[in-house]
Design a binder for this molecule. Sequence first.
Ligand code: KIV
Ligand code: NA
Length: 275
Amino acid sequence: MKSTADFTKMKKANEKIVMLTAYDHPSAQLAEEAGIDVLLVGDSLGMVVLGYETTALVTVEDMIHHGKAVRRGAKNTFVVVDMPFGSYHGSADRTLMSAIKLFQETGANALKLEGAGNVIETTRLLTGAGIPVVAHLGLLPQSAAVAGGYKVQGKTAVAAEQLIQDAIASEAAGACMIVLECIPYQLAEQVSKVVTVPTIGIGAGAGTDGQVLVFHDTVKYGNHHIPKFVKAFAEVGDSIVRGVEEYVLEVKSGTFPSEEHRFTMKENELNALYG
Ligand code: KIV
Ligand code: NA
């Protein structure tokens, strides 16, 4: 399994880090088989696999449930679990309790926190307790209701400078990696230069040290909203519909199950049964 030190080495060597979300056992297994460097159990699971409208409805229990499944499916891959909405903005004690619970019960390698400001102190708290932290700056889905929606961040010089300072502060507080969501590529490049830990972009251009995408977006599985910055590399949703349609057809027509899919009894048992 790669370590946070390995990811920093990859950044130095200009070797891209590839992160992908995973929410369950098969997606984790498939992603590990495909050579993903880091798996993220993102709270995007609220929308992607639970059908919620926002990530604000996702609980610590949800994250644990899915995090455990991913860990079991990808034992040799670095796994990051999102701290969900409301689990790290109360007292330090409560934050630490949620973090320890998430970390221990899922067996994650790191936890991810959205934002800077007070979250910088929280990053220090968790790393001080021995929990590696991934920072998440730019578009912050957990605060979308306050920010007024999902918009590209850091587009003005003032906002960009603030984000650069937040990235520097996140690293100084101990963050081992920084996710940059939906910011101009010029800003993402700049952030990637000023910090020594790897930056992982989503909707942030090609200049970051790595990329992250949502599993279901990447292979077109499900019909949730697909943002502009996503590229679909496969169309499994279509093959699933075609496969399920075929199943329906074969059952209705009596073609399935056929002889090869059934079990039988020995003649003498059959005679004993019917006399
Ligand atoms: O929850 C998630 O999937 C994320 C990524 C989009 C970075 O936080
Ligand atoms: Na997330």
